[in-house]
Design a protein around this ligand. Structure first.
Ligand code: C5P
Length: 206
């Protein structure tokens, strides 16, 4: 079975998906990491991030491999691990431009659909576009302020700057971020990480 966990930026998707995946004994798949890796490679090669043919040709000549481990996803370009460089403010700023390119979305979707199930898939459009027949779908939300306070524990920036960047990214990602009509929407604001994980596990089909 495939479980999808979508949601807005910094809503806790990766931590929640990792926890749900570990409880189920399956991997989780971070689609955002592939968009981040495409952005990171594009920035590194000074490719114009709006130029879909140039970016795609660069990605095709530098194939990426997603390693969907339950303990945390990793992404590789050949023998080089990119994971550690992809959660920077620079990648955050460019990634929505890259994710808006239909050619890049098709490139990511093809890699995700080729993965052997079962797994937990997290992102924006896992339940709507990529795995519309998933066995269970969830969508995580929280106010921009709460998300910024949480993210400030991981980034050397202050809460107002992070909150403004999150609101901007929500807006840029709005097109692909609508919850599936059959998704269970969870406001993670009042819940702990474990509370969100248990809420999801309690609603999975037997
Ligand atoms: O989940 P994360 O914040 O790491 O995703 C990074 C970016 O990748 C998002 O801001 C969005 O632009 C893009 N993304 C997407 N569709 C997905 C997952 C991520 O457009 N399924």
């Amino acid at each position: 079975m495939i479980v999808t966990i979508d949601g807005v930026a910094a809503s806790g998707k990766s931590s929640v998906s990792g926890g749900v995946a570990r409880a189920l004994g399956v991997p989780y798949v971070s689609s955002g990491l592939l968009y981040r890796a495409a952005t990171g490679l594009g920035l590194e090669a000074a490719v114009d991030l709006h130029d879909a043919p140039a970016l795609l040709s660069h990605l095709q000549s530098h194939p990426l491999r997603l390693e969907p481990l339950a303990a945390g996803n990793r992404v590789w370009q050949g023998g080089r691990e990119l994971t550690g460089e992809l959660h920077s403010t620079r990648v955050d700023r460019g990634v929505s431009v890259v994710a808006a390119l239909p050619e890049v979305r098709a490139w990511v979707d093809a890699q995700l659909r080729a993965l052997p199930s079962p797994f937990v898939a997290e992102g924006r459009d896992m339940g709507t576009n990529v795995f519309p027949r998933a066995g269970a779908k969830f969508y995580l939300t929280a106010s921009p302020h709460i998300r910024a306070v949480r993210r400030a524990q991981e980034r050397p920036e202050d809460v107002p700057a992070i909150e403004a960047a999150l609101v901007r990214r929500d807006e840029l990602d709005r097109v692909q971020s609508a919850p599936a009509p059959d998704a269970v929407v969870i406001d993670t604001g009042p819940l702990t990480l474990d509370g969100v994980i248990q809420t999801i596990l309690a609603q999975l089909p037997a």
